[in-house]
Structures are given as structure tokens and as C-alpha cells.
Ligand binder design. Structure first.
Ligand code: LLP
Length: 427
């Protein structure tokens, strides 16, 4: 169920009219729905519970990079979420938001020694290690600080996620993970290093997957590797299948989370019963988009309408610096008028004020709009604000979260002076 719906021709976030939010906070504005975040997280949590997985049996580690606002992290932490991070900065955010570092897993191909030290100091749950070089560095850093680092190896199962090439990560040609053929040797090395403790295995094959078949195929490969490792005396405590389930931007039909998890747990249960006397293994997930994507919209105001001989443009006050996805992936986001008009429609490209031809948010959309109207760019809750920049010295948008009939400011708009506050001129 969407929490962004029309009531008498006006678009609402839960029980608050978007028009009122624009009036109070200005535009562009990211508007999130607390209920949507809660529902989306609960889809995972409930599916884990329905498949008889308590905390020890399954852990959902929300992928912080998709939307890292402290209010979002705090909400998810209160719902019981763990976190998948990719930088020391994200770890600091999780802690600032009240998240539990012992439920944090640290992914990413380029962890620095400093980031490793920070994560070890906070006793995170696990490092998802992506190369042999990283194993050596982590072993050294852990030795320095007198700890044993818990590690999982991110393996690359060479499965085609059948998604956009920029967000596909599980193929041999991607920079991510350790090649499947080299995984055994890497595990043997990890097991031999004194300051590492091998605890798990993980993979993440891509993002915006609509079908779970590639994920279940990756699971089969991971299972087979876990058995080969066990035969060599390397026993794992958890398996992490990554994130990746997609959302509806236009009319995509992603697999329901409950169906995917039921199929996955069934496979795991059958395998554990057949090969491990039913001994459990903890299963982890790293979802981002499926939790945040449809929990937020980008609210923007039409500044000018430009009617040309071949094209009409709606120039709005949000731009590629606020929402990079269209410019970067030619991503399609729905555009909904905040007040529905009954006038005649025209076909518009919705573009921003940034000086780049790539600065568009939507193309060829049929809209009945006038200057000053508000538009909602839909499905912008994931990889929206987190990918925003200050290009053209544009302050990043305000962020608010709606909870029922209340609106909470969760990040104020950046002022221009703040954008150059860290800079200095030559003496
Ligand atoms: N785990 C790892 C290791 C990841 O690299 C990612 C996303 C996730 C989990 C979460 O995946 P999700 O459940 O959100 O699909 N900026 C792109 C998406 C990049 C995804 C990067 N990795 C976009 O806007 O479509």
C-alpha cells in the first residue's frame, strides 16, 4: 500500500498534504513516510518470523547507503534492524543514530586501515572482505589493536542479475568480491591468519532485481561452497545473501519480499536437514532500495514553462544534484502533480536549473501544469538524497518525515554560506 495518495485531487504523504509541506519547508524537499519505512522493514522482519527465524536465525542489515538520514537509521534501529555500511562515515552515522554497532556489517572494496580501526573499536559484527589484500591489511590492523576481526568473504558467484549494468555486481567482470574459483584459497588464508576469525560468507549480485531466481541461483552456489569449506574444517556461522530486491518505479512487478524469503528459507532448511543434521545457520540480508525507495518523494515547484517548436520543458527547482538517478542511469521516476488540474495536457521534459543537458528528472510526460505548480518526483527515497551533491553551489534539499498527521524536520536546507564554509582563500 502506498502512503503517498490523492485525497480530493490533492497529493498527501500519509495524512499531510504535500502542498502544506511545501508551504512550511519550501522546495525542493525530500518527503518521507514513516509508515512506509516501517511497512517495508516489517515485510522482511515478518517473513523471518514466519519462517521461524528469531534474531539468531536471521538478521536484516539495512543498507545505509540507500538513505542514511539519522531519523531513518534511528527508526530502523528501533524496529530491530542491523546495518550494512560501506565507510567509516556510515558507521559514525549509525552510532549517532543510536544503532547497535554489534549489528553492523562492513562491506566495500576499499576499506582503509583507519576505517578498520574505527570498526574494530566499536566491535562490529563482521567485515565483508572483498580481496586477499584486504585480508592481510585487516589482519595487521587487528593485530595492532590486539583484537581478532570477524570476517566474511564476499564471493562473486558469477550470476547474471539481469539488471542495469551499472548496478549489477555479481559477474566476473565486476570489481566486487572474490572470484568463486579463488574463494577456497582465500578462506584457507583467512583461517590461517592469527588476528582474523572466519565467521561467514556473503554475496551481493546487484540491485533492482525483479525476480528472485538469480538470488536463489547465487544461494545454491554459496551453499555448495559452504559445504566444501566445511569439508576442509572451515565452519561458518552465517550466510549473507546481500540486498537487491527491486521496487515499482513505473509498472515493474518485483517479487514480494515474503515469497522470496519463504523460498530462500525453504532451500536453506532442506540443505541444513540433508547435510548438517538440521544445525541452523544465521541468514543475513542487506536490503536498501526495497526499504527506502518507495518511502520517499522529491517535492519540487515548477519555475517556468517553456514551450518550444519540438519540445516543452517544465523547469523545476529540483535538479540532477538533488536526484542523480535519471542523469546517471537514465532512471525513470514517476511525476505526479500535487494538485490535480482538469486543464488540457501537454508533453513535457521535466528539467532542473543546472547547466548540463543531462540535468533532467523525467522525459516526455503528459502533464496539465502551470507555473508555480508543485510536482512530486516519486520513488525517490533510496539513492536520492544520499547521492545528492552541491553542484552549481546548490544547497542540498530539506528532508522531512511524515508520521500520521505530523511532519518532522529531519535535515534542514543547506545555506549557500555553509557550502563554502570549509574553504579559504590564499594569504
Ligand atoms: N549490499 C551491498 C554490498 C551493496 O553494494 C548494495 C548496493 C546493497 C547491499 C543494497 O542494495 P539494494 O537492496 O538497495 O538493491 N545508486 C544505484 C544503486 C546502487 C546500489 C549499490 N549497492 C541506484 O540509484 O539505482
Amino acid at each position: 500500500m502506498s502512503h503517498f495518495t490523492y485525497k480530493d485531487g490533492a497529493l498527501f504523504a500519509e495524512n499531510v498534504a504535500l502542498r502544506d509541506i511545501a508551504q512550511q519547508f519550501g522546495t525542493p524537499a525530500y518527503v518521507y513516510s514513516k509508515a512506509a519505512f516501517t511497512d517495508n522493514f516489517s515485510a522482511y522482519a515478518n517473513a523471518c518470523a514466519e519462517n521461524r527465524r528469531g534474531d539468531a536465525g536471521a538478521l536484516v542489515c539495512y543498507s545505509v547507503k540507500s538513505n542514511s538520514n539519522l531519523a531513518v537509521l534511528n527508526l530502523l534501529s528501533r524496529l530491530g534492524s542491523g546495518f550494512d555500511i560501506v565507510s567509516g562515515g556510515e558507521l559514525q552515522r549509525v552510532i549517532a543514530a543510536g544503532g547497535d554497532p554489534r549489528k553492523v556489517i562492513f562491506s566495500g572494496v576499499g576499506k582503509s586501515a583507519e576505517e578498520m580501526r574505527l570498526a574494530l573499536a566499536h566491535d562490529i559484527l563482521c567485515f565483508n572482505v572483498e580481496s586477499v589484500g584486504e585480508l592481510h591489511r585487516l589482519n595487521d590492523v587487528a593485530g595492532d589493536v590486539g583484537k581478532q576481526a570477524p570476517v566474511s568473504l564476499r564471493v562473486n558467484p558469477n550470476v547474471d542479475a539481469k539488471t542495469h549494468p551499472y548496478i549489477s555486481t555479481g559477474l566476473k567482470e565486476n570489481k566486487f568480491g572474490i572470484d568463486f574459483d579463488e574463494a577456497m584459497a582465500a578462506y584457507q588464508l583467512a583461517a590461517s591468519l592469527p588476528h582474523l576469525k572466519v565467521v561467514g560468507i556473503d554475496c551481493h549480485i546487484g540491485s533492482q532485481l525483479l525476480d528472485d531466481a538469480p538470488l536463489l541461483e547465487a544461494l545454491d552456489k554459496v551453499i555448495e561452497l559452504i559445504d566444501r569449506l566445511a569439508a576442509e574444517g572451515i565452519h561458518l556461522h552465517h550466510l549473507d545473501i546481500g540486498g537487491g530486491i527491486g521496487i515499482t518505479y513505473a509498472n515493474e512487478k518485483p517479487v514480494p519480499i515474503g515469497d522470496y524469503l519463504a523460498r530462500l528459507f525453504r532451500k536453506v532448511d532442506q540443505w541444513r536437514a540433508a547435510k548438517h543434521n538440521g544445525a541452523p545457520i544465521q541468514v543475513m540480508f542487506e536490503p536498501g532500495r526495497s526499504i527506502a525507495g518507495n518511502a520517499g518523494i522529491l517535492l519540487t515547484e515548477v519555475q517556468y514553462l517553456k514551450h518550444g517548436s519540438t519540445k516543452n520543458f517544465a523547469i523545476v527547482d529540483a535538479a540532477m544534484n538533488d536526484l542523480m538517478r535519471p542523469a546517471m542511469y537514465e532512471a525513470w521516476h514517476g511525476v505526479q502533480p500535487v494538485l490535480q488540474r482538469t486543464g488540457s495536457t501537454k508533453i513535457y521534459d521535466v528539467v532542473g536549473p543546472v547547466c548540463e543537458s543531462g540535468d533532467w528528472l523525467a522525459r516526455q510526460r503528459e502533464l496539465a501544469i502551470e507555473q508555480g505548480d508543485l510536482l512530486a518526483i516519486m520513488s525517490a527515497g533510496a539513492y536520492g538524497m544520499t547521492m545528492a551533491s552541491n553542484y552549481n553551489t546548490r544547497g542540498r534539499a530539506v528532508e522531512v518525515m511524515v508520521d500520521g498527521d505530523r511532519v518532522h524536520l529531519i535535515r534542514r536546507r543547506e545555506a549557500a554560506t555553509e557550502l563554502y564554509a570549509l574553504e579559504s582563500v590564499l594569504p
